[in-house]
Design a protein around this ligand. Structure first.
Ligand code: PA5
Length: 462
């Protein structure tokens, strides 16, 4: 209760950021880029879709997803950080856990999706190239593939190097058919920049833009996340509706009935008054690990500034109870554990069942199901923490579907910017990430110069 007025003031500031920015009343600066445009996106995209249909941004995204799904059997999604993690969270959180392994008929005719350009890993990239069709004309549709390349700035080295590599492979596999390549490469980028120029030179059939005022890690509900989701045939309208519903609660409800403000309040008080500097997101569903990693990035890049900001850590349980569990139960008292619990399950419950081979002595549990075992694990773990006065809090969703994931995305993004305003840190921008990029580029350019000079010195360079 004592924190409620501060939480409400932080909410007002966040809402004002959007309003003032729209009206040009508050000028973005390097220190505070005010990338609050993510907030209104769900409603804006939905209302434009309802009035303009296929001609709207969302309509174009859905149509493009369907077109690619018909044209190819595999899509490589290139991007890193905010241009990668949300799409992966959508695929793993909502789609079939073995989507890429299923025959096409069981994937609703949707392509397999692979993520690359999210690291610098020679063997991983070569491994993916190994499984991509080398000659689409000769092998036909089942071996065909395409590329979605995502980079807001259009200049991120990891993505750019990967695009060069995969584009060369795609051009080879299309037998030099430039029109087909232009059809099968869909870039998502800014309205200008290196990727924009390259895509224009390639004559890409379609291109999507990340709107101004939407920061990279806040861009999952733009084409950055929506296009890969549409390629997979996920219900992007339900996703945005979920996010819009969260916005509504955020705007109108008081602390106590406001998931965003309540979550921020608990995290903030636990950090300030009880030294809970580590925020463990304990997901009780394997498919939500990628959503946890998306949140790790969101929190780290947004609030890890000026020697402040809690450290996020995603764990998957019960898996990690057998690794990190010991430390969380008896280690330093520096953690707040937030359980993310999915109450339902989308597939039939597996029963433990009776067996003639009862050496494992499980026949006494024959009538229990896997969800029963999970439920006991959640209760048992929470009780063990409570008995030792280890703080936990719960976030519950009914199903891991588009609507719930849309709500979670929006809730975490709103919570992050509210907390930033509460503790006086601009949640936008990530100046710290630039340091490694500057060094990496300087080292690369210095070594390529040195190689060039060596060759020149030997007189064998032509
Ligand atoms: O949040 C951010 O802005 C970053 O994580 C970016 O998403 C990431 O660095 C990738 O940038 P870009 O989309 O410009 O390639």
């Amino acid at each position: 209760d004592a924190l409620a007025p501060q939480l409400e003031a932080a909410r007002t500031e966040v809402l004002d950021d959007v309003k003032l920015w729209n009206e040009g009343g508050k000028v973005p600066t390097e220190k505070d880029p005010l990338d609050a445009g993510f907030l209104e996106l769900p409603e804006r995209l939905l209302s434009e879709y309802r009035s303009k249909g296929d001609a709207s941004e969302l309509g174009r995204i859905i149509t493009c997803g369907n077109r690619l799904a018909e044209a190819v059997d595999r899509v490589v999604v290139l991007g890193i950080g905010g241009s990668y993690m949300g799409a992966r969270a959508l695929m793993e959180g909502i789609d079939h856990p073995f989507h890429n392994e299923l025959p096409r008929s069981q994937r609703n005719g949707r392509p397999r999706l692979y993520f690359e350009g999210n690291n610098v890993d020679n063997d991983a990239a070569q491994g993916l190239l190994d499984i991509l069709g080398r000659d689409q004309k000769a092998t036909g549709v089942d071996d065909s593939w395409g590329i979605t390349v995502i980079s807001k700035s259009g200049g991120t080295l990891e993505t750019a190097v990967a695009f060069r590599t995969f584009l060369a492979a795609l051009r080879a596999s299309c037998g030099g058919d430039a029109k087909r390549v232009a059809d099968l490469v869909v870039p998502v980028t800014g309205e200008s920049g290196k990727l924009f120029d390259l895509a224009t030179a390639l004559g890409c059939e379609e291109m999507f833009h990340i709107p101004d005022g939407v920061g990279g890690r806040f861009s999952v509900l733009t084409a950055v996340g929506l296009l890969p989701a549409a390629i997979l045939g996920l219900d992007v309208v339900a996703l945005l509706e979920g996010a819009a519903a969260m916005n509504e609660r955020f705007r109108t409800k008081k602390p106590g009935d406001n998931p965003v403000l309540d979550y921020v309040g608990v995290c903030h008080l636990m950090e300030k008054d009880h030294g809970a500097l580590i925020r463990v997101l304990s997901v009780w569903d394997k498919g939500l690990e990628a959503l946890g990693l998306w949140y790790d990035q969101l929190l780290s890049e947004s609030l890890g500034k000026h020697e402040k900001g809690a450290t996020p850590l995603t764990v998957v349980n019960t898996r990690d109870l057998h690794s990190r569990g010991q430390q969380h139960q008896e280690g330093r008292r520096d953690k707040l554990i937030t359980n993310l619990i999915v109450e339902g399950h989308q597939r039939d419950a597996i029963a433990v069942g009776k067996s003639d081979f009862n050496q494992d002595q499980l026949n006494t549990l024959a009538d229990k199901t896997v969800p029963d075992v999970l439920s006991a694990a959640i209760q048992g773990t929470n009780k063990a923490y409570a008995d030792d006065k280890r703080p936990t809090t719960n976030l519950r969703i009914t199903h891991s579907d588009e609507s719930a994931v849309g709500q979670l995305f929006q809730m975490f993004m709103l919570a992050t910017v509210v907390e930033g305003r509460l503790i006086g840190i601009s949640p936008y921008g990530q100046p710290g990430v630039e340091a490694y990029k500057k060094n990496m580029n300087a080292i690369l350019r210095a070594t390529s110069m040195a190689i060039e000079l060596t060759w020149l010195g030997h007189g064998s360079w032509s």
